[in-house]
Ligand binder design. Structure first.
Ligand code: NDP
Ligand SMILES: O=C(O)C1=N[C@H](C(=O)O)C[C@H](O)C1
Length: 253
């Protein structure tokens, strides 16, 4: 039998919770070849020297954008799971990619299939309910709040409601302790819980007079993210430009 042609892959954030899981998943995949595993003290330029075609970034919000620009300069496709991306940062990547039109970059707030479906279902339901709020629940070692997934979910809900001309959700609050009503993302309230024992969970609460719809997803183990990460690693080279959200790779957008 002809040998399988392998994609050379680098992992950034290799010593982290996600980095370790991605390394194990890449090493177990016959069509992927781990050629570099870099963490905080390493130089991202090693990715190119190692011959990587794709780099997977699960680092920290403060460094991920710089990593992506370095990867684009090196002509290496990027699969990015790190949270903390803002629209201006995404736009800077889009602008940079004009100079490297064959390079693909995927920034995906969540690689778990159920989480991606939660976002799609929530966006579909959002126009039909008076009220909608998002609650995300994570392990207490997470450094950012609210989660990237919750922000992406709220943005999708807000866009769907705006397109349908839905009024803002009713809220009579006039007096509140700071933070009691959560953060507001594009007009949608988002609440963040940090609790030992949790991994990554999200509820979208939708309400109408006399009825409630709750859409909930639970990642109980980081294994939940691996099929999405592997799918993206195999596909990103065929999708030049910037893509935001795994839903675009799954035909759900
Ligand atoms: N999209 C998705 O599906 C998912 C996204 N995430 C996101 O992924 C990110 C990582 O999460 P998690 O693994 O739990 O976090 P960790 O803190 O466990 O891992 C991050 C790792 O990145 C390292 N690091 C810091 N700076 C650099 C750098 N310049 N180059 C390379 N590595 C660096 C850190 O080192 P040090 O500790 O020394 O700073 C650490 O080892 C978070 O933003 C999280 O929100 C998490 C799960 C799923
Ligand atoms: O830090 C985490 O753990 C996670 N981060 C991502 C996010 O911020 O949405 C994805 C998932 O929720 C796990």
């Amino acid at each position: 039998m002809a040998p399988v042609s392998q994609i050379p892959v680098a992992v950034l954030g290799a010593a982290g919770r996600m980095g370790r899981a991605v390394i194990a998943a890449v090493e177990a995949a016959p069509d992927l070849d781990l050629v570099a595993a870099l963490d905080a003290d390493d130089d991202v330029a090693e990715v190119r020297a190692a011959g990587a075609r794709v780099a997977v970034d699960f680092t920290v919000p403060g460094v991920t954008e710089a990593n992506v620009h370095a990867l684009v300069d090196a002509g290496v496709h990027a699969v990015v799971g790190t949270s903390g991306w803002t629209e201006p940062a995404l736009q800077r990547v889009r602008d940079h990619l004009v100079e490297a039109p064959s390079v693909g970059v995927l920034v995906a707030p969540n690689f778990a299939l159920g989480a991606v479906l939660t976002m799609a279902f929530a966006a579909k339901a959002a126009r039909w309910f008076e009220s909608v709020e998002v609650v995300e629940l994570h392990h207490p070692d997470k450094v950012d709040a609210p989660s990237g997934t919750a922000r992406h979910t709220a943005q999708a809900i807000a866009a769907a409601r705006e397109a349908a001309g839905v009024a803002p959700a009713p809220d009579a609050t006039t007096t509140a302790l700071d933070g009691a009503r959560g953060a507001v993302v594009d007009g949608v309230h988002v609440h963040a819980v940090r609790l030992r024992g949790l991994v990554a969970h999200q509820e979208v609460l939708l309400g109408n007079p006399g009825e409630l719809l709750t859409i909930r997803h639970d990642s109980l183990d980081r294994a939940s993210f691996m099929p999405g990460v592997l799918l993206a690693t195999r596909s990103v080279g065929a999708r030049p430009g910037l893509t935001v959200g795994l839903e675009h790779y799954l035909d759900l957008a």
